[in-house]
Design a binder for this molecule. Sequence first.
Ligand SMILES: O=C(O)c1cc(=O)[nH]c(=O)n1[C@@H]1O[C@H](COP(=O)(O)O)[C@@H](O)[C@H]1O
Length: 280
Amino acid sequence: MTMEPFGARLRRAMDERGPLCVGIDPHASLLLEWGLNDDVAGLERFSRTVVEAMADRIAVLKPQSAFFERFGSRGIAVLEKSVQEARAAGALVVMDAKRGDIGSTMAAYAESFLHKDAPAFSDALTVSPYLGYGSLSPAVALARESGAGLFVLALTSNPEGGEVQHAVRADGRDVGATMLAHLAVENAGEEPLGSFGAVVGATLGDLSSYDLGINGPLLAPGVGAQGATPKDLPRVFGSALRNVVPSVSRGVLRHGPDVSALRDAAERFAEEIRVTLTSA
Ligand SMILES: O=C(O)c1cc(=O)[nH]c(=O)n1[C@@H]1O[C@H](COP(=O)(O)O)[C@@H](O)[C@H]1O
């Protein structure tokens, strides 16, 4: 049986749970702050605690693959288990692995995370389009087949991103805007929401010169540790606000390891987002 498309599942999760993504980023420094060792056992405890605290109430969890890969195959086993447990508890999982390669290799990356039988099968995957948007087409095809989604790096939250993403093409459009335009084509006609999202940093200030109306979700990292707040979202996203999934990692995780303190921290962000959305 094919799964309902990611965009529809995400819209429902955002309506029911509120639009918030919490990142699972087991930085070495956070493991130590939580009183854990910077080893596989510490990684496992950290990850399990975040899943236990969040997966039954937060719309999206986003494990950052790098922090698991750091520990080799045993770290990847922890990642797989975390993805499976988070999904079983009702969260949508966006695997933050930022994959991007020539098309035939991209197909293998896509199979690692978007094939329904993959151990780390995730509801969506972050991908880099900077080998050309067309290089992502195997991932787009497999995501469609599996009922999964993609988040394509369009306008990233980091200050260095502009060097590539603001570069102006011969047609006068910049590279970031070009990626958004590709996604709008991908999502055309999809209801209630397309499955092919863009990553657009919450840190970027006024983006009114961009057409963010891609009929797909906009994953907005940068809230919390990178300085953006929920109150910034209307100015950054304008009329696309309803499709924004603000994403926080350290801003929530630094409140651990206590499960209720983690939940309270996430709830404060969720509440601030709710207030911002209703007053926008
Ligand atoms: O794709 C991402 O999630 C991402 C894109 C981006 O433009 N900026 C960005 O910070 N991220 C990720 O979002 C998380 C941000 O973490 P915090 O700064 O701790 O909230 C990290 O896992 C980053 O890799």
